[in-house]
Ligand binder design. Structure first.
Ligand SMILES: NC(=O)c1ccc[n+]([C@@H]2O[C@H](COP(=O)([O-])OP(=O)(O)OC[C@H]3O[C@@H](n4cnc5c(N)ncnc54)[C@H](O)[C@@H]3O)[C@@H](O)[C@H]2O)c1
Length: 437
C-alpha cells in the first residue's frame, strides 16, 4: 500500500511539496498553525504566488488526495511519512538561524505518534540540528512506537518550484537506517531516474548550506567584478558574457546587478557562518562575510547611482521604482533588494512610488509608508528618475518611447542589467546600470 504523507508547515516549500506529492498519486495531509492559510488552501486558493502551482493544488483537492488541517492529532493518525517544512528564519539581531519552529513541530508531533512512521526534515537548518531533533523525537515518542528521523534537504527555486519538485537535479537522503532509506526511495520512486546521494545527517544538512553558499559566492563574485568595472570604466556585461563561454565557469548566476535577497540565500549564508563559528571552523567561512558585504554594497551603490542621476539629492525628487519582489515570478519580499533600495531612498527624502506585477500587496503591508502605483505608468508618472530593481518580463519589454512620454525626465538606472542600453539611449534616455560605463 502506498505511504500516506503529511507536510508540516505550508509555506513556499510545504505547499509545493504537498501539492506535487498528491499529484504523484499519494494521499497527503498538509498542516499549518496558520488557520487562515489552511482555510484558503482547502478552498483551492494559493496564499503565495508560484507559477503553475495553483492547478496542481486544485487537482489534488478535487482528487480527494490532498487536504489541509491545523490538527496535529489528525496528521499523527494519518501519516506514514511526515515531512517537516516549517520556516527557519534569521534570528533577530543575530546571524544564527531560528530553529524553534522545527523544535515546536517535533514537540507537537512526537507525543501523538502511535504508529510506525518516518519523520523527514526538509527545511534548511544548521548542521547538527537533525541529530538533536532525532534525540528529541526518540525521547518524546511513546515507548514501543517505531519512529525515526531522516533528513532530505530541498533545493527548489521560487518561480520554478513545481518543475524543481517534479524534476529535481538530485535527491539527498540523510539517514541512519536501511529502513529510512528504503522508505524515502519508495516515496520518490514516481519521479523516475533522479540521482540520489545517501549520507549521514550532517552531510545532508551541509549539502544544502554549501549549495547556497556557492551560489551566493558566484553572484557576489560577478558583483565584485562590477565594482572593479565601475572603477576602471569597463563593462561587466561584456566581461560576464566572455566568462560564460568558459564551461569551467558557466554563465548561470553570473549576471551582475543588485544582488541576491529572498527568504533563503542571505539568511542561509549568515546561519552557516554562525554555525561554523560554534563548531570552531569559522575561518573556513570568513569569505562568506565578504560575499554578504559585496551583496549589501550593491544596494548602497544603486542608491548612490540614483542620487547622482537625480542631481545629487533626493529632496523634491520623484522616484519611480519598478519591482518589489526579490526576484521575478515571485511575490516574496523577504530581504528584497528592491524594497531595501526603495525604503532607503524614501529615508533620504525621495518621493518613491513603487509598482510590482505580483508582490505589491506584500510590499504595501510591510512598508505602508511608501506610495504604490497599480501599473508601470502610475509608478513612473512625473518621475525624475526611474529605477528597475526586479527584472520582471513586463519591465524588460517596456517601450522606452512610450514611457518617455509619462516621466518628468528620461533617466533610468537598470539595477538588473536587464534592458538594452542602446535602445533606451537612442530613445533619449540617460541610461545607467550597475557595473557599466
Ligand atoms: N522558499 C524556498 O524557495 C525554499 C527552498 C528550499 C528550502 N527552503 C527552506 O524551507 C523552509 C521553509 O521555507 P518557506 O519559504 O516555505 O517558509 P514560509 O515562511 O513560507 O513557510 C513556513 C510555514 O511554516 C508554518 N509553521 C511555523 N511553525 C509551525 C509549526 N510549529 N507547525 C506547523 N507549521 C508551522 C508557518 O505558518 C508557515 O506557513 C526554510 O527552512 C527554508 O530555508 C525554502
Amino acid at each position: 500500500m502506498p505511504y500516506r504523507l503529511t507536510v508540516i508547515g505550508t509555506g513556499y516549500l510545504g505547499i509545493t511539496h504537498a501539492a506535487c506529492m498528491a499529484d504523484l498519486g499519494f494521499e497527503v495531509l498538509g498542516l499549518d498553525i496558520d488557520a487562515d492559510k489552511v482555510l484558503r488552501l482547502n478552498s483551492g486558493e494559493l496564499p503565495i504566488h508560484e507559477p503553475g502551482l495553483e492547478p496542481v493544488l486544485r487537482r489534488g483537492l478535487e482528487s480527494g488526495r490532498l487536504r489541509f488541517t491545523t490538527s496535529y492529532e489528525d496528521i499523527a493518525a494519518f501519516g506514514d511519512v511526515h515531512f517537516i517544512c516549517v520556516g527557519t528564519p534569521q534570528k533577530r539581531g543575530e546571524y544564527a538561524a531560528d530553529v524553534s519552529y522545527m523544535d515546536a513541530a517535533v514537540e507537537s508531533l512526537a507525543p501523538l505518534l502511535d504508529r510506525e512512521c518516518l519523520v523527514v526534515g526538509k527545511s534548511t537548518v544548521p548542521v547538527g540540528t537533525a541529530e538533536r531533533l532525532a534525540d528529541k523525537l526518540a525521547r518524546l515518542a511513546p515507548a514501543g512506537v517505531l519512529t525515526e528521523l531522516a533528513w532530505n534537504p530541498e533545493f527548489l527555486r521560487e518561480g520554478h518550484a513545481v518543475q524543481d519538485t517534479m524534476r529535481p537535479d538530485r535527491l539527498v537522503f540523510g539517514v541512519r537506517s536501511e529502513r529510512a532509506e528504503k522508505v524515502l526511495r519508495e516515496v520518490y520512486e514516481p519521479l523516475g531516474d533522479v540521482p540520489i546521494v545517501v549520507s549521514d545527517f550532517a552531510t545532508a544538512e551541509l549539502v544544502k548550506t554549501a549549495a547556497n553558499a556557492f551560489l551566493a559566492t558566484k553572484i557576489s563574485f560577478i558583483n565584485a567584478m562590477a565594482e572593479v568595472c565601475e572603477a576602471a570604466h569597463a563593462d561587466v556585461q561584456k566581461l560576464s558574457e566572455a566568462l560564460s563561454y568558459d564551461d569551467r565557469i558557466g554563465g548561470r548566476y553570473l549576471n551582475a546587478g543588485l544582488g541576491f535577497g529572498g527568504g533563503c540565500l542571505p539568511k542561509d549564508i549568515r546561519a552557516f557562518m554562525a554555525r561554523a563559528g560554534e563548531l570552531g571552523a569559522d575561518q573556513a567561512l570568513t569569505f562568506l562575510r565578504e560575499v554578504d558585504a559585496i551583496n549589501m554594497r550593491r544596494r548602497a551603490r544603486m542608491v548612490d547611482l540614483a542620487r547622482e542621476l537625480a542631481g545629487g539629492s533626493f529632496h523634491g525628487c520623484v522616484v519611480g521604482v519598478l519591482g518589489a519582489a526579490f526576484k521575478p515570478d515571485s511575490d516574496d519580499i523577504r530581504d528584497s533588494p528592491a524594497l531595501d533600495v526603495a525604503v532607503t531612498i524614501g529615508h533620504q527624502g525621495g518621493r518613491v512610488t513603487m509598482y510590482d506585477p505580483i508582490a505589491l500587496d506584500n510590499a504595501r503591508k510591510a512598508h505602508p509608508e511608501l506610495s504604490y502605483g497599480e501599473s508601470v505608468v502610475e509608478a513612473v508618472r512625473g518621475a525624475h528618475v526611474v529605477l528597475l530593481l526586479t527584472e520582471w518580463q513586463e519591465f524588460v519589454d517596456l517601450d522606452p518611447e512610450q514611457l518617455g512620454g509619462v516621466v518628468a525626465a528620461r533617466r533610468i538606472v537598470d539595477g538588473r542589467n536587464a534592458l538594452d542600453a542602446e535602445t533606451w539611449r537612442s530613445a533619449g534616455w540617460h541610461y545607467r546600470a550597475l557595473g557599466r560605463p
